[in-house]
Design a protein around this ligand. Structure first.
Ligand code: SAM
Length: 434
């Protein structure tokens, strides 16, 4: 199968039908050899990172947009532009293979048209790029609503830097399981298989290693045996900030796929009980898979964190992790489809959901207990403003320092994408009065 045509199919499913890339991409990749698999991925990620720009080029070069049954060809053309602008594929090969993609999509009659558009692009691209760079949405390849929100929150210059980072490829981070090795020991094992790595900048983030170059997980020493897991450095801070102690009852209220559940158990194997809840039954299967691979135990419950009375009538928790559903605007580097699948109106809905989860979980926290609120968002509404309004509404809640090392916070910690090479994340630690 033609890799350009496969990428066009996936892109059509994501952009026109609202499927997530993580759903659509694996379906077409299943029967491909590793090289073609990687190529389809590069085309899909690349086009999604530059979508409005490529769309603009297409609009400028075609009299009428391709619609309906021909829509896949629109994305095939974008895959063509992407190769010509951002890859080292020689232009004759990029054009030839893309034109052949039309046949694979059963639109052989339109091969000539595609050839013409791509060749015109080669001639006119410099002028088109200059025009595109005059508009922020085309320059930074983010939807207008998100550009506005980021500029309002961070100012123009910092928003531009964030959007530039969002368009880069994220590094692969590992979490070393101290039950088996120290980080230094595991780093040496990685060296032996020629996988150099760097340690995280935060001293307390002491399980985190960033690989110089991403790799297949099965090439990682002891992956199947649970020696190591893949988890971004910012996400790893959650278990350190939660700080679970021996004999405590812990709730991970939005747990799937379970990265923070298992990290918490790796750091503190002697807790009384870990309860891992999620509203998505399919994603919960992954929590159990992670627990099994790492040989850890938790009580896994399918439930709605905003209605804990439906699934919990036991004692109150010592610590609760609320890794709330959010806009995921901190992880756009890893999920370039997010910005096109989300709408501005989603943010207010998410803020309402987060608020109801926070309020409900607070009732299940012991006096003196700790709730760690986390999101992978970089929007203040979901983060410091959410926490501020929570603190205003609860006289028994206090914002406390995240850890001994990160103790100067007044608003929690907002990490921006690529800060110390990590994802964008937000943390706030709340304590209930005794
Ligand atoms: C950011 S993800 C959690 C990631 C997870 N903590 C980890 O580290 O692997 C947010 C999770 O919230 C879940 N979720 C969304 N609404 C929920 C609700 N009302 N109650 C419980 N879980 C919910 C989603 O299914 C999703 O798995």
């Amino acid at each position: 199968m033609n890799t350009r045509a496969l990428a066009a199919k996936v892109l059509n499913q994501v952009v026109e039908q609202g499927q997530s890339l993580s759903q659509a991409l694996p379906t077409v990749q299943q029967d491909l050899n590793p090289k073609d698999k990687a190529l389809v991925q590069v085309f899909c990620y690349g086009v999604l990172r530059t979508l409005p720009r490529l769309d603009f080029f297409c609009r400028s070069l075609m009299q009428k947009p391709l619609k309906g049954k021909q829509r896949e060809l629109h994305f095939l053309i974008l895959v063509g532009f992407y190769q010509l602008l951002y890859t080292r594929i020689p232009s004759h090969a990029a054009v030839g293979e893309t034109v052949n993609g039309a046949k694979a999509l059963k639109k052989q009659a339109l091969k000539g048209m595609i050839n013409g558009v791509l060749r015109n692009f080669l001639r006119e691209k410099d002028a088109l790029i200059e025009k595109a760079d005059q508009q922020d949405t085309l320059k930074y390849c983010h939807p207008g609503w998100l550009v506005k929100r980021l500029q309002a929150a961070y100012g123009e210059e910092q928003a531009a830097a964030i959007m530039t980072e969002n368009n880069q490829q994220a590094p692969m981070w590992l979490r070393v399981n101290n039950i088996h090795h120290t980080r230094t020991q595991y780093q040496a094992l990685l060296e032996q298989v020629e996988l150099p790595s760097f340690i995280a900048a935060d001293a307390e983030n002491n399980n985190a290693l960033r690989l110089e170059k991403a790799t297949d997980v099965y090439k990682l020493p002891g992956f199947t045996e649970g020696w190591v897991s893949v988890q971004d450095g910012a996400a790893q801070l959650a278990a350190h900030y939660l700080g679970a102690q021996a004999d405590e009852l812990i709730l991970d209220a939005c747990s799937a796929p379970g990265g923070k559940t298992v990290h918490t158990l790796e750091l503190q194997p002697n807790i009384k009980q870990m309860v891992a809840v999620d509203a998505d039954a399919k994603r919960l299967v992954r929590v159990q898979e992670n627990l099994d691979r790492l040989n850890l135990k938790a009580t896994v419950i399918h439930g709605d964190a905003s209605k804990p009375n439906d699934w919990w009538n036991g004692e109150q928790f010592d610590r609760i992790l609320c890794d709330a559903p959010c806009s995921a605007t901190g992880v756009i580097r890893r999920h370039p489809d997010i910005r096109w699948l989300r709408r501005d109106s989603d943010i207010a809905e998410l803020v309402t959901l987060q608020k109801s989860i926070l309020n409900a979980l607070w009732e299940k926290l012991k006096p003196g207990g700790i709730l760690l609120y986390a999101t992978c968002s970089i929007l203040p509404d979901e983060n410091e403003l959410q926490v501020k309004s929570f603190l205003e509404s609860k006289s028994d809640a206090t914002l406390i320092p995240l850890s001994e090392q990160y103790n100067s916070d007044t608003q929690g910690r907002q990490l921006l994408p690529n800060e110390d090479a990590m994802d964008g994340f937000y943390y706030a630690k709340l304590q209930k009065a005794l």
